[in-house]
Design a protein around this ligand. Structure first.
Ligand SMILES: NC(=O)c1ccc[n+]([C@@H]2O[C@H](COP(=O)([O-])OP(=O)(O)OC[C@H]3O[C@@H](n4cnc5c(N)ncnc54)[C@H](OP(=O)(O)O)[C@@H]3O)[C@@H](O)[C@H]2O)c1
Length: 323
């Protein structure tokens, strides 16, 4: 089968399109024919190993799993002998952050991992990008216990995480003020933002409003700069470690001080989360934003584009055509 493999850490050019053996599912695994996957910031981070800490999860000197890719949508083609919850022909989607393997024509994943059947009436292209950005957003929403009636500011509302956060936080009932570039104001409004700040015109840290939560989904600000726009017990969260890795450090200290605080939750994902996101997609409360698609053969170009840090939402890879 065709796959994008990576034998060493480095720039996008370490990725190679190769013929590799088709995987065989273990007793508790399903074999999936992959139609679509994505290139996202998580995949890029683990590919480059820019943050050394990522190597403790993916291999100290070189990647443990040569086939990369975490998000997938496809169809069940084979079953391990113990699998009960899927059958051949089921359309599925999900997120494999342990053994990866989605940048290939076939992949395997445990039936009890983050995989479920696809929402009704969406395409494979729409299904693959449901999970990456949304599960980070969900972790932060839960950590901050965001609820109805609260005011939340989201910086970077056009990334995969930010565009999911606008929709999910709106669904949780909070009022969203979203920060983005001029060209995306209409898009972000359409995602449900109550108010939109164009960062080319206005510095959101100088607003006169105060928020229960400031969620920096692109990690461009700091707790110090956002303090004036946080309510007395307001929460600051960021997707980046921050200058001198201050965010995880502040998350250890500030909750003990009783005032404004930083949270930096460790991201997790489960089958329950995937099923929750599926329900939101089915009820049209959440729709992943898609910037553009590339064929599998152009994964290096797709990766270069994602690493411009200017994608709007998600970048999809078409592995096989559904016909
Ligand atoms: N902690 C983790 O495990 C983890 C995992 C994945 C990603 N991340 C981090 O999460 C962040 C978001 O990733 P992502 O995939 O959602 O988005 P992304 O690909 O980094 O997209 C960035 C978006 O933010 C906008 N943007 C750029 N500069 C901005 C600024 N100064 N103010 C406001 N918006 C700005 C860009 O649009 P315009 O340029 O058009 O405004 C673009 O749409 C990244 O920093 C990434 O490293 C962390």
């Amino acid at each position: 089968m065709k796959a994008i493999i990576q034998t060493r850490y480095g720039p996008p050019e370490v990725l190679q399109l190769k013929e590799v053996p088709k995987p065989t599912p273990k007793d508790n695994e399903v074999l999936i024919k992959v139609y679509t996957t994505t290139v996202n910031r998580t995949v890029c981070g683990f590919r480059s190993a820019e943050y050394f800490i990522s190597r403790f999860f993916s291999g100290l000197l070189k990647p443990n799993n040569q086939i990369r890719g975490n998000e997938f949508a496809g169809v069940i083609e084979g079953l391990g002998k113990d699998v009960k919850s899927f059958k051949p022909g089921d359309k599925v989607f999900g997120y494999n952050d342990t053994t990866l393997g989605a940048h290939a024509e076939y992949m395997t994943i445990a039936e009890d991992a983050s995989i479920t059947t696809m929402p009704e009436s969406i395409t494979y292209e729409e299904a693959a990008p449901i999970t990456e950005g949304a599960h980070y957003a969900l972790c932060d929403i839960r950590a901050a216990n965001i609820k109805r009636g609260q005011k939340v500011l989201i910086n970077g509302a056009t990334g995969a995480i930010g565009s999911a956060a606008v929709q999910l936080i709106t669904w949780f009932g909070a009022e969203v003020t979203a920060v983005c570039n001029t060209k995306n104001v209409a898009l972000v409004k359409s995602l449900g933002a109550h108010e939109v700040i164009d960062y080319t015109q206005q510095d959101f840290t100088k607003l006169n409003t105060q928020f229960d939560v400031v969620f920096d989904a692109v990690g461009k600000s700091s707790f110090g700069k956002c303090k004036p726009i946080l309510k007395k017990k307001g929460i600051y969260m960021s997707t980046e470690l921050g200058y001198l890795s201050q965010n995880p450090f502040l998350a250890l200290i500030t909750p003990w001080l009783g005032g404004k605080k930083v949270l930096f939750p460790i991201p997790t994902i489960s089958k329950k989360d995937i099923e929750f996101l599926k329900e939101l997609v089915e009820t049209k409360k959440f729709k992943p934003v898609i910037d553009r698609s590339y064929p599998l053969e152009e994964t290096i170009e797709a990766t270069r584009y994602v690493e411009t840090r200017q994608k709007t939402g998600n970048v999809v890879i078409t592995v096989s055509h559904n016909n």
